[in-house]
Ligand binder design. Structure first.
Ligand code: GLC
Length: 439
C-alpha cells in the first residue's frame, strides 16, 4: 500500500484520486469575441456592446455528446464545465436571472445537455461556478470589474448590495445541485480579498469569504450533495487545492500543518481558458503528456481545459491535443489510474518519472528522453520480479549490480542498481512507459 496519507476531506475524494484525469470546459458568451474569457474586463467592453454577444449567441453545433466521446477517448474520467463564468452569463435555466442561454437564440439549457451527455459516457460530473459576476446589478464594482474606469463608476456602484448577490449565488447553487442529479465536483472561482483600489479608487474592495458568505454557501452545497468535492477558492479550505498554470514539482502540502493535500492542477492547451482564435501558444504533444505524468508522479490530478468555439464545437487544435492523450492513454492509462507518487525509496533516473500503483505492487517508469541501451534504476536490485513495456506488454530483460565486464562502472557503489536492457529503437510512443512488477 502507498504510504502517503492525505489530509481528510469533507467530501468523497476516493474516486477522484483514483481517476486522476479530467476535462475542464470553459464555454460562454466570450467564445464569440474569441479573445480570452476575461475580454469584457480586459477591454472594458461596454454593456451595450457585450449585449450583442447575448443577442447573437447561437451555438448551433453544440454537441456535448461529441465532446464526451472525445473526453472519454482521451482517458478523462470526469469533467467540470462552467455554468457561469465571470461575465455572469448562465448556461442553465435559472429562475433567478434573465441572463441565461434559454433567452438567447440558442434557446437551450446547455447544462442539462452537458450533464446528460457526459453522464451517459460514464464520467463524473462537475460544475464550475464563478463567484465573480460582471453582469449582476448587485455585484459591487472593484478593481477587476469592467466598469472600474468608467467616469461614473462610483455612481454606478451606489446601492449595490453584496448580501443580495450572496443570496443569488446560494439560490443558483441550490438550483444546480438540485435539478441535475448527482454532482461530483463544485468548482468555485475565485477570491481576491485585499485587492482593493488605490487613491481615488480606494472605495473598490477585493472580495473574499465574508463577501461571498462562503460558510453559508458551502453549507448549502453540502446539505444538498454531502459527498461533493469542492475547491478552496471561496477562501475556505474544503477538499481541493487547485494550482493553476504552473507545474508543481512535489506533492502539495498544507501551509500550516504540513499534511499532504488532495490537489488538482488545472491547465490549458494554449494560453486561455475560453476559445481564443488568434492565440498561438499551443503546447506540444510531448509537453501535454509530460504535464499529466508529472502531475500524477507528484500525487495530483490534472484538469485539462478545452474552450469550445461559439458555434459549440471543439476546434481542430483542441481535437488534436485531445487525440494526443487518446493515443497515449489507450495503451498507457495503467500508469495513471490508481497511481500516485512513488514511495520515497525510489528515485527516478535523469529524464524519467515514476508513478506507483496505490497497492504498491507496480512501478511505472516514464521515459521523457529515450536512453541508449541501458537504464540503471538505483535501489531496485533484488526488488523486481518482472519488467515489460506497458504499451505492448513485451518483456524487458534486466540484470542487477553492474552492466557487464566492459562497463566502467564502480561496482562497489552500484550494486543496488537494477539495469534494464533497452532496444536501440524507441518504441512508437511519445513517452514510453516501463512497468516493473515488484516482488
Ligand atoms: C482563473 C481565471 C479564469 C479561469 C480559472 C480556471 O482564476 O479567472 O478565467 O476560469 O482561472 O482555473
Amino acid at each position: 500500500m502507498s504510504s502517503y496519507v492525505t489530509r481528510k476531506t469533507p467530501g468523497d475524494t476516493s474516486w477522484f484520486t483514483h481517476d486522476r484525469f479530467g476535462m475542464f470546459i470553459h464555454f460562454g458568451l466570450y467564445a464569440m469575441p474569441a479573445r480570452h474569457e476575461w475580454v469584457k474586463t480586459n477591454e472594458k467592453i461596454s454593456e451595450e456592446h457585450y449585449d450583442l454577444y447575448f443577442k447573437h449567441f447561437n451555438p448551433d453545433l453544440y454537441d456535448p455528446k461529441e465532446w464526451a466521446k472525445q473526453a472519454k477517448a482521451a482517458g478523462m474520467k470526469y469533467v467540470v464545465m462552467t455554468t457561469k463564468h465571470h461575465e455572469g452569463f448562465c448556461l442553465f435555466d435559472s429562475k433567478y436571472t434573465d441572463y441565461k442561454s434559454t433567452n438567447t437564440p440558442c434557446g437551450k439549457d446547455l447544462i442539462r445537455e452537458y450533464v446528460d451527455a457526459f453522464r451517459a459516457e460514464g464520467l463524473h460530473i462537475g460544475f464550475y461556478y464563478s463567484l465573480i459576476d460582471w453582469h449582476h446589478p448587485d455585484f459591487p464594482i472593484d478593481v477587476l470589474h469592467p466598469r472600474r474606469d468608467d467616469a461614473d463608476a462610483l455612481e454606478l456602484n451606489q446601492g449595490r448590495d453584496m448580501q443580495k448577490y450572496a443570496e443569488y449565488m446560494r439560490n443558483q447553487v441550490t438550483e444546480l445541485l438540485t435539478n441535475y442529479g448527482k454532482i461530483d465536483v463544485l468548482w468555485f472561482d475565485f477570491s481576491y480579498d485585499g485587492r482593493d483600489g488605490e487613491g481615488p479608487c480606494s472605495w473598490m474592495k477585493g472580495k473574499g469569504k465574508e463577501d461571498w458568505e462562503a460558510e453559508k454557501l458551502l453549507a448549502t452545497a453540502r446539505s444538498l450533495q454531502p459527498d461533493i468535492i469542492i475547491d478552496n477558492r471561496t477562501d475556505i479550505e474544503q477538499d481541493l487545492w487547485t494550482p493553476e498554470q504552473y507545474q508543481p514539482t512535489g506533492w502539495i502540502t498544507h501551509k500550516e500543518t504540513g499534511e499532504l493535500v488532495t490537489w488538482e492542477a488545472c491547465q490549458t492547451f494554449s494560453g486561455s481558458w475560453g476559445y481564443y482564435r488568434d492565440e498561438q501558444t499551443w503546447k506540444t504533444p510531448e509537453m501535454l503528456l509530460r504535464m499529466l505524468i508529472n502531475t500524477v508522479s507528484c500525487g495530483g490530478n490534472l484538469l485539462m481545459n478545452v474552450g469550445p468555439t461559439s458555434r459549440g464545437y471543439l476546434d481542430y487544435r483542441a481535437e488534436e491535443a485531445l487525440k494526443v492523450y487518446a493515443d497515449w492513454m489507450k495503451y498507457n492509462s495503467r500508469s495513471i489510474y490508481g497511481c500516485t507518487m512513488a514511495e520515497p525509496e525510489f528515485t527516478a533516473p535523469a529524464d524519467c518519472r515514476y508513478t506507483q500503483s496505490e497497492d504498491g505492487s507496480r512501478l511505472y517508469l516514464h521515459l521523457f528522453a529515450y536512453p541508449f541501451a541501458h537504464l540503471c534504476l538505483p535501489g531496485l536490485a533484488g526488488k523486481v520480479e518482472y519488467v515489460q513495456f506497458l504499451h505492448d506488454g513485451s518483456e524487458i530483460l534486466f540484470t542487477e549490480g553492474a552492466i557487464d565486464h566492459f562497463s566502467a562502472q564502480d561496482e562497489e557503489k552500484k550494486n543496488d542498481d537494477l539495469i534494464l536492457y533497452l532496444p536501440p529503437v524507441k518504441p512508437h510512443s511519445l513517452v514510453p512507459v516501463i512497468e516493473l512488477f515488484l516482488k
